[in-house]
Design a binder for this molecule. Structure first.
Ligand SMILES: *[C@@H]1O[C@H](CO)[C@@H](O)[C@H](O)[C@H]1NC(C)=O
Ligand SMILES: *[C@@H]1O[C@H](CO)[C@@H](O)[C@H](O)[C@H]1NC(C)=O
Ligand SMILES: *[C@@H]1O[C@H](CO)[C@@H](O)[C@H](O)[C@H]1NC(C)=O
Ligand SMILES: *[C@@H]1O[C@H](CO)[C@@H](O)[C@H](O)[C@H]1NC(C)=O
Ligand SMILES: *[C@@H]1O[C@H](CO)[C@@H](O)[C@H](O)[C@H]1NC(C)=O
Ligand SMILES: *[C@@H]1O[C@H](CO)[C@@H](O)[C@H](O)[C@H]1NC(C)=O
Ligand SMILES: *[C@@H]1O[C@H](CO)[C@@H](O)[C@H](O)[C@H]1NC(C)=O
Ligand SMILES: [Zn+2]
Length: 914
């Protein structure tokens, strides 16, 4: 649907040039995205260097050599099963791998030193050849730098000449990692322990597999051969060109050359996995999983949507998927949820496998979203790649944003919506300067929620500003190269408009005064004086779109505000609502009169506003209250209309914002009236959905399914009698049934927790027995959490004791179990005593969430003193930082409670007075 818009003149002029044909390259110009489509982008002519003195590089590879292709042989010696030949304690399983590689490259600047990246590899046998003359060039020294640079420095007897083509051969040896990085081993049990080899190279671990020019813009073709045990199969980025069993032990599998790609996308696996095919007219798609999982059909759902998603993107981007095959593989171990390796996408099992009748609607949504995200990367990231990691938001923001369209296309009932303003505590701009992202550790830190969520939100805003149709044309990969001057101007403008959003931390708050029509913006901060010290604002947010209720469009550009003042003037006392559907990446505050009118409108007829904005009003009110821009009672007033609210988003945002109120007050006299209030508010929602639970059937649309889960959680935790009765009954039905679980997978985690909370020893013991006997990971996890929900202190104490016994609670679950107990108001004090009594044991893990959980309620001077004593008397190790933060937070809590408690108590009491 085309949008009517009123654009200020200056901006309108700027956007006139942004027509469909010229916007292509938004991305190119926002931050020098670079494509490698050979027909459109011939290898750039080497530029003549100004100076010939070459200084040693600092962190980054010098750009004097340009890689063209690699020929790589890799031989992981792992067996997929333990061969108990020698004896049981020392079977002949081996973690070694061998390999050799030949990299061909062009020299664009004379040099007698080759720098590559290499880590944890024993490299030898370097041979350099001039490919133009076929002459060998003698290597005089080879040195691996054992520091953050990971340089492999190769000194030559004679210089490589500008314009010449050369190759470098190396042999190397390494060890398969057990830490899920580089070339690593993953294990699982199907009757017997099984092993497989996989890779995870993003961002900077290709150097652990073979020496290479390990930077994203140093792309090359890869010709790969894997030598593996003959009873296993090898998968690579490209399709298999041939395989060949050479003896009783070994099989060679060779792959066609990959497209020109970055090293971090290199991947291979060696396993005994089996495949589930998908249909696609041209590309051969297979989804690999453990044989048992494949046989049980757990890859079916993924397989059923993958072909459709790929076709969707081919249409959307206007360019075919570049390879002939696409493999996906569900790995029992992976350091991320998934990784977009070109042609061989790896997934953590839980992100890809779906078990009918066991997995919940959330699983299904996550699977579809994850596949859509990774497949979007086959274009954004793989084909078109950021120059350096400081701009990884372009990869991740695009994939995240695009995945919503793809999911909407293949699963229209999901209706995913995002509202992710809150994830963005101020920590770094989307696109920090390159110099700040040099070390591998800083590169890894770029993969955070700001990169993913703010990236997607800012792109959504851009799409909204230029119009979806123009945006879609703009992202078509085939539109990237339009070398006209007018395009350059358009690109420059887009880049300038985007800059404040990409180069600055955080986002603005727009304040609208409807009494005089004034609008202004400032950086949104919770605590102006404390936070602004760390934040240097270079410039205003250039382009802010504020749509009012009547879909008018107003832009604010660089300080001077370019809109007609009366746009925001309320002449006859009518309300004005800004940022319709929250497409703008900012928060909005109003004068008290307008707030009042908006909240009144909500109570009269909430459906006058779209669900997004109903949620936004609540979220903004609570954030403004935290930043002391409005009174806390205004935030509470914004929740009044929920009595009539059946949509998920406003409820979800309320629950999120009230979490802090709950932990601050659940041990105080505020909690009774607060529960009474929420009980009343949620009744309507709960009752509108309760028939479904009674019949163990589930609403069709996903949004209602989410509402149902949330309704039960809010209703039961605030002790709505019919909810407690329902949860107890459903759990009892399970206890009385023979092994079949009558509870719908969607509702299991909430019912388990609420039933254990409402119940006693019998429920707890049943859940504990199930926890111990279940082999289903997600079921086990739900039960482990549910066990912490009981209100009986003696059960909680016993459960705490269990965490000391690794046969009862695995070491990796100790922290989260104690944390779960600490989040329960009945367990809070027990957990705090417990961790101090057993600090040596519980601090074996890194403990970051543990400290946060046990101190979350601290809001009195006495508790602060205890925490200070803890800091002074215990050996905190790596938890010291968390304790320091907890002390800071406790100060904040003490002040917040002091300033707000009376008003909040009075508000809830008045609301619930008969
Ligand atoms: C490991 O044991 C298997 C089975 O006994 C044997 O065939 C193989 O040669 C052994 N490999 C090594 C490297 O010792
Ligand atoms: C198993 O092999 C290891 C190493 O080869 C050796 O130290 C150990 O004594 C052997 N154990 C038995 C039971 O033979
Ligand atoms: C690289 O290793 C493979 C497999 O071991 C071997 O066949 C090949 O000859 C080696 N390449 C060179 C140049 O030595
Ligand atoms: C807001 O979003 C809803 C659907 O979520 C859509 O129907 C409506 O047209 C949108 N409103 C505007 C002004 O874009
Ligand atoms: C809004 O404008 C009116 C009229 O200029 C002024 O009296 C009032 O203080 C302003 N309100 C806010 C919240 O700035
Ligand atoms: C909240 O609502 C009450 C009742 O309508 C009203 O008296 C009060 O002024 C509101 N509080 C704020 C801060 O707007
Ligand atoms: C739920 O069931 C009761 C009794 O069967 C019925 O009266 C009520 O209208 C139903 N509610 C909904 C929302 O379907
Ligand atoms: Zn991604």
């Amino acid at each position: 649907m085309p949008k009517t818009s009123v654009v200020s003149k200056a901006i309108a002029a700027a956007f006139v040039v942004l027509t469909v044909s010229v916007i292509g390259g938004i991305i190119t110009m926002i931050i020098l995205y670079k494509t490698e489509i050979s027909t459109m982008n011939p290898t750039p002519r080497p530029t003549r260097p100004v100076s010939t003195t070459v200084l040693p590089p600092v962190m980054r590879l010098p750009k004097n050599l340009i890689p063209l292709s690699y020929k790589v042989f890799l031989m992981p010696q792992l067996y997929t099963r333990i061969i108990e030949k020698v004896n049981v304690t020392s079977p002949n399983q081996t973690m070694d791998f061998l390999g050799n590689s030949t990299v061909s490259f062009q020299c664009v600047e004379r040099t007698s030193t080759i720098y590559l990246k290499s880590m944890n590899l024993a490299v030898s046998n370097g041979k350099v050849k001039n490919e133009n003359t076929n002459k060998m060039i003698e290597v005089s020294a080879m040195k691996t730098h054992r520091d953050d640079t990971n340089f492999l420095e190769i000194q030559l007897r004679e210089a490589l000449e500008e314009g010449g083509n050369y190759s470098l051969f190396l042999t190397f040896k390494g060890e398969i990692s057990e830490n899920l990085d580089g070339m690593y081993v993953s294990t699982y049990v199907e009757g017997v322990p099984e092993f497989l080899v996989a890779t995870q190279l993003e961002p900077a671990d290709a150097r652990k597999v073979f020496p290479c020019f390990d930077e994203p813009d140093m792309k090359a073709e890869f010709h790969v051969t894997i030598i593996h045990r003959r009873d296993t199969i090898a998968l690579g980025n490209a399709e298999i060109s041939g395989s060949n069993i050479v003896d009783d032990e070994w099989k060679y599998t060779s792959f066609h050359p990959t497209p020109k790609m970055s090293t971090y996308l290199f991947a291979f696996t060696v396993s005994e996995f089996t495949a589930t095919p998908s249909t696609h007219e041209r590309v051969q798609i297979n989804t690999y999983a453990r044989p048992e999982a494949t046989a049980a059909g757990h890859a079916q759902y993924a397989a059923s949507i993958t072909g459709k998603i790929l076709s969707f993107y081919e249409n959307y981007f206007g360019i075919d998927y570049t390879q002939k095959k696409l493999d996906q593989i569900a790995l029992p171990d992976l350091a991320a949820a998934a990784m977009e390796n070109w042609g061989l996408v790896t997934y953590y099992e839980g992100s890809l496998l779906y078990e009918e009748g066991v997995s919940s609607v959330l699983n299904k949504e996550q699977i579809a979203t994850t596949i859509a995200h990774e497949l979007a990367h086959q274009w954004f990231g793989n084909l078109v790649t950021m120059k350096w990691w400081n701009d990884v938001w372009l990869n991740e923001g695009f994939a995240t944003y695009m995945s919503l369209f793809a999911v909407d296309n293949v699963e229209p009932t999901f209706q995913l919506v995002t509202f992710e303003m809150d994830a963005l505590a101020s920590s770094h701009p989307l696109s920090p300067p390159q110099e700040e992202v040099q070390k591998t550790s800083s590169i890894i830190q770029m993969f955070n929620s700001i990169t993913y969520c703010k990236g997607a939100a800012v792109l959504r805003m851009l799409a909204d500003i230029v119009g979806e149709r123009v945006f879609i044309e703009g992202v078509k990969v085939s539109n990237y190269f339009k070398p006209h001057l007018v395009d350059m101007v358009a690109h420059w403008l887009v880049a300038r408009f985007m800059e404040p959003w990409t180069k600055q931390i955080g986002y603005p708050v727009i304040t609208i005064n409807t009494t005089n029509g004034e609008v202004n913006q400032k950086h949104f901060l919770f605590n102006d004086s404390a936070e602004s010290r760390h934040v240097k604002i270079g410039y205003m947010w250039n382009l802010v779109r504020v749509s009012t209720g009547s879909t008018a469009l107003i832009n604010i550009f660089k300080g001077p505000i370019l809109f007609k003042k009366d746009e925001f003037l309320s002449k006859n006392g009518e309300w004005i609502l800004a940022n319709i559907n929250c497409t703008g990446y900012y928060r909005v505050n109003y004068n008290p009169e307008n707030w009042d009118r908006l909240l009144t409108q909500l109570e009269i007829d909430p459906h006058r506003f779209p669900p997004m904005n109903r949620g936004q009003l609540i979220d903004n009110a609570f954030f403004m209250a935290r930043a002391k821009l409005v009174e806390v009672t205004l935030a509470l007033n914004s929740t009044r209309f929920l009595r009539k609210e059946l949509d998920f988003l406003p409820w979800q945002l309320t629950v999120r914002n009230l979490e802090y109120f709950v932990v601050m007050f659940d041990r105080s006299e505020v909690y009774g009236p607060m529960q009474a209030y929420l009980r009343e508010q949620v009744k309507g929602l709960y009752n509108s959905l309760r028939n479904y639970t009674d019949k163990s059937t589930i609403p069709k649309d996903h949004s209602s399914q989410h509402s149902q889960m949330l309704a039960i959680e809010v209703a039961c935790s605030n002790e709505l009698p019919e909810c407690l009765e329902m949860a107890t009954k459903m759990f009892a039905d399970w206890m009385n049934s023979n092994n079949t679980n009558p509870i719908h997978p969607n509702l299991r985690s909430v019912i388990y927790c609420q039933a254990v909370a409402a119940g006693g020893k019998k429920e707890w013991d049943f859940a504990w027995a199930r926890y111990q006997s279940s082999s289903d990971t997600s079921e086990k996890e739900q039960l482990r959490v549910a066990l912490s929900c009981t209100k009986k202190t003696w059960l909680l104490n016993r459960y705490l004791e269990y965490t000391l016994d690794p046969d009862k609670i695995r070491l990796m679950d100790v922290d989260s179990t104690i944390s779960d107990i600490a989040w329960n108001p009945a367990g809070h004090a027990l957990a705090w005593n417990f961790i101090r009594a057993h600090w040596d044991y519980v601090s074996q893990q890194d403990g970051d969430m543990l400290i946060n959980a046990v101190t979350s309620r601290f809001s009195t001077q006495f508790e602060l003193d205890e925490l200070e004593r803890f800091k002074a008397e215990y050996d905190l190790g790596p938890a010291a930082n968390e304790v320091y933060q907890a002390i800071e937070q406790t100060h904040v809590n003490i002040q917040w409670v002091r300033e707000n408690k009376d008003a909040i108590l009075e508000w809830f009491e008045r609301e619930t007075a008969e």
